[in-house]
Write a protein that binds this ligand. Sequence first.
Ligand code: CMX
Length: 436
Amino acid sequence: MSALKEKLRKKIEEWRPRTTRLIKEFSNVKVDEVDIGQIIGGARDVKSLVTDISYLDPFEGIRFRGFTIPEVMEKLPKVSDGEMPYVEGFFFFLLTGEIPSDDDVKEVAQEFSKRHIVPKYVIDILKAMPVDSHPMVMFSTAILSMQRESEFVKEYNSGELKKNDYWIPTYEDGLNLLAKIPGIAAFIYRLKYKDAKIIDPDPKSDLGGNFAKMMGINKPYDDVARLYFILHSDHESGNVSAHTGHLVASALSDLYYSISAMTNGLAGPLHGLANQEVLSWLHEVYDKLGGKVPTEEEMKKFVWDTLKSGQVIPGFGHAVLRKTDPRYMAQREFCLKHLPDDPLFKYVDLLFKVVPPILLEQGKAKNPWPNVDAQSGVIQWYYGLKEYDFYTVLFAVGRAFGVVANIIWDRGLGYPLERPKSVTTAMLEEAAGIKK
Ligand code: CMX
């Protein structure tokens, strides 16, 4: 057993009695109430999920295993010739809650390296897909096609697998999958946009460095990849992608089904696709103004025109956050350091100034501040990744690290099938005292 798996076994076994005790002795304790607004309104704020991997405070933003983004960036082991932590170390941290040593990072890197080869049939499937397939469809299909590899399914079907051990083959599926998805993403990119000129992986390089190499983008894109995957990894469990992954896995569907489903949830314009939408929206302004940086007044007019046409301003607002997303701020800091004079960053910077007061004046959005998606595309664009319908695939690679870690723990703690109750409209009317 690898050191990480052994550590995880110990942690899960130590943690399990806490969950068991809560369910056995305190099942009837109320932690929340639900009103009609929440039932019709997408279960907003209903406390009905549990995860110890990240927590999202509406005003502070995300904490991964108790640490803010700046703390994670400061504490985790960094690549010697870069500014960002290893994704491998970050995954160790998500799984265990411990800051990894250099040896821990090395072990995860070795695990990924020995599992990185993408089966040939996946390559054939991707090549056979219509050229205008969205990269998210290709990514999700590639993941789903590998379901036949599932160790969980093999062990479950053997009839020998005990419930307390469900997490073990899930862990194997998780590592197998995470090791392959950066290569699958890069393959899709090169196939679709670079005349199928595929670049071989460098299994000796860390995950971020290898990804940059396979994408064919020079330094510091390796650091951009590390930053991007870490920031997008987890945002507690209620967001559409994480929740979908958890929900599908709760039926004991394996990780290939769950992560493919997670990807499909992420592909919506109100969620991960917003980063693509931000860039296409910014380019509308860019083209209209012939590339010149708009004045504040011109930008305000563009924002109002978008709102008046009934569209949302992509990259702004959030279902939980009530302040500027710290993931936005981390990327903004990166931009201020590495691309302060980039014209598109100037657009984004201007939007940061003009959009919140306009959304406040319009009075609909509960949170007028920017989210992660408002800032991420501009960095990709700057480093030459200009095909913005690919951006959500990058988000999905990152999100998979968080969702895999969560599902391994779900299985370790024996969380059951998810099955909320629905009611009819007539029942709600009756509860509201509406007379027919
Ligand atoms: N532009 C215009 N209107 C907005 C808005 C925005 N950026 N954000 C919210 N609103 C509107 C909503 O559409 C809603 O309008 P209606 O009452 O007419 O339906 C109203 O304000 C209230 O919405 P809310 O409670 O503030 O927001 P929700 O929790 O319903 O939705 C979100 C959250 C993110 C979907 C929404 O803010 C939005 O559509 N933002 C733009 C898309 C975006 O950036 N998504 C990415 C989020 C981060 C991620 O998951 O990747």
